[in-house]
Ligand binder design. Structure first.
Ligand code: FDA
Length: 503
């Protein structure tokens, strides 16, 4: 088959891919981005680009016939998930033996479906996780650059204190304070000016309309509106959608060869394309990138890849849980989908946890305080190649998740004791399941910086091959990860453009 050549190819259009594409384009390097999801820029028959969480349709999930939302049930009723028709929807849940991973699919990757929380990690923990990275440079240059490019802003504290839409957060804050715990505001890429206009009735509701995991129709500064819009604006970047890169190999002259399957809306492969490039940037996310590289090594396509490719994977210690409040502690029928506060007990060295106060917008009072806890779980797992399926398996076990649960339980037992409250037993499918420990929103690792790559994301064993996404982060960063992923990608691109691509 004919080979399409570009100087640079970027696989994936999430945070790592978007930063690479923009900086390559600005440097005058013609760049092709290959993204397996669709572009989310044209409305469906209802006039909306994305469907709502309350009435999900085919746009909600990646080739499913039923949605797989994180909350399986509510009041023991199977009211959350809905039958849908199969389609390249925006949210995927990738299942491994004992862990499933939520990821975004489309131009913008995870930015299309995530909660927008834009948190810079604690400097001391960043240094612990990235001992070879110059923290002064990260906190002086790359974190500020990432935040400004992503459009990070903060909720107006006065509005926060007075609005109905954050009553659920204030209730959880009061419970944390009664326990003697510290809370902290978390910044967001959701435009709070837009949110306030939604509350005032002068803008169409999105965060205040229950939209988040299946996409926001308004208000959110997802990557297609920031980095990727700028990348296309350079005139040097092209994005191909619905093209999934399946194989990577190297030609005799040292250039890269890619095989990509182009799919239609039914998932059928309508064409298999070959691409060639000089510089290859992998931004498929922790699972996507690691799978490509593990497969390339194990099938003999790239035999010089180190054994550390596939290793060092973790869930960022994610656990979700709900507490049942007293009848007088109403959380409100109105809840913004964008979290703005966390319970910060990371400094508690005996049991470090950062717990986001999460919304549960149902339009009804339900007395649930929901949390996504980020625990300092030291467990790490590895991906291995499954020659039977051509995919990868993940060595994460239930015992690994139990470590996160024990840490979350320690913190929330204290909160329950201080407030005379109990857990909710009706949210995760069965009455003995209080902690949802079988999924993560924060897959991290697989091609860890300084192990599978050099200190700038250059993959060991080859030249002109780079990883720019969440695979670089060693399994845990203590906060929501996209600001870290973006800042590390900025740092990699600055170095690579200065050292590797000069003529
Ligand atoms: P990312 O997953 O964003 O992008 C990878 C892209 O590559 C995807 O578009 C994918 O389709 C594509 N791809 C993969 N393999 C491919 C292949 N072989 N060929 C072609 N394309 C391929 N974080 C945070 O900081 N704050 C938050 O509030 C939240 N909330 C949150 C909620 C939910 C529901 C989810 C699922 C996730 C979050 N996150 C989050 C996590 C955050 O979204 C995540 O860490 C980043 O999106 C990861 O960025 P990457 O660049 O690593 O990959």
């Amino acid at each position: 088959a004919a080979v399409d050549n570009a100087p640079a190819i970027v696989v994936g259009s999430g945070y790592g891919g978007a930063v690479a594409a923009l900086r390559l384009g600005q440097a005058g390097i013609r760049t092709l981005v290959l993204e397996m999801g669709r572009a989310w820029n044209t409305p469906g028959s209802d006039g909306k680009v994305f469907c709502s969480t309350s009435a999900p349709d085919e746009r909600s999930m990646w080739f499913r016939t039923r949605t797989e939302a994180p909350l399986a049930t509510f009041l023991w009723l199977d009211v959350v998930n809905k039958d849908i028709s199969s389609y390249p929807g925006v949210l995927d849940r990738v299942h491994f033996d004992a862990m499933s991973v939520y990821v975004g699919r489309g131009v913008g990757g995870g930015s299309l479906v995530n909660g927008g929380m834009a948190v810079t990690p604690l400097r001391s923990y960043f240094k612990e996780q990235f001992p070879t990275v110059d923290a002064a440079e990260m906190y002086g240059t790359y974190f500020p650059r990432a935040r400004s490019m992503l459009g990070v802003n903060t909720v107006d504290p006065a509005w926060f204190e007075s609005t109905d839409w954050y009553r659920f957060t204030r209730v959880s804050r009061a419970h944390a304070q009664r326990t003697g715990l510290k809370t902290t505001f978390v910044p967001s890429v959701y435009d709070f000016g837009h949110m306030q206009r939604e509350a005032a009735g002068t803008a169409t509701r999105s965060a205040l309309g229950g939209e988040v995991i299946y996409g926001n129709n308004h208000g959110k500064r997802s990557l297609d509106k920031t980095y990727l819009a700028d990348a296309l604006g350079t005139g040097n970047v092209t994005i191909h959608t619905l093209e999934k890169v399946r194989a990577v190999s190297r030609a005799a002259d040292g250039s890269w060869l890619l095989t990509a399957d182009r799919i239609d809306h039914t998932g059928k492969v309508v064409e298999t394309r070959q691409y060639g490039c000089t510089y290859l940037f992998l931004g498929g996310g922790s699972v996507g990138t690691t799978e490509l590289l593990v497969r390339a090594r194990e099938t003999g396509a790239l035999p010089a890849l180190p054994a550390s490719v596939g290793a060092g994977w973790g869930t960022n210690g994610n656990v979700m849980l709900g507490r049942a409040n007293h009848l007088w502690d109403t959380v409100g029928a109105n809840q913004s989908t964008m979290p703005v506060m966390g319970i910060d007990d990371w400094a508690n060295t005996a049991n470090p946890v950062f717990a986001e106060i999460a919304p549960l917008p149902t339009g009804l009072e339900h007395w649930v305080s929901l949390y996504l806890a980020i625990t300092k779980n030291p467990s790490r797992a590895a991906f291995s190649y499954d020659s039977g399926t051509g995919g990868v398996r993940l060595g994460w076990t239930a015992a690994h998740s139990a470590v996160s649960v024990a840490m979350a339980r320690k913190l929330f037992d204290r909160i329950n004791a201080a407030n005379s409250t109990i857990y909710r037993y009706d949210l995760f499918g069965s009455a003995d399941k209080v902690f949802a420990d079988d999924f993560t929103y924060h897959p991290l690792g697989g091609c860890v910086l300084g192990k599978a790559t050099d200190d700038y994301g250059r993959v060991k064993g080859y030249s002109r091959l780079y990883v720019t996404d969440g695979s670089l982060v060693p399994g845990s960063i203590g906060v929501n990860p996209f600001v870290t992923i973006t800042a590390l990608a900025e740092r990699t691109m600055a170095r690579v453009l200065a050292e590797d691509t000069a003529p």
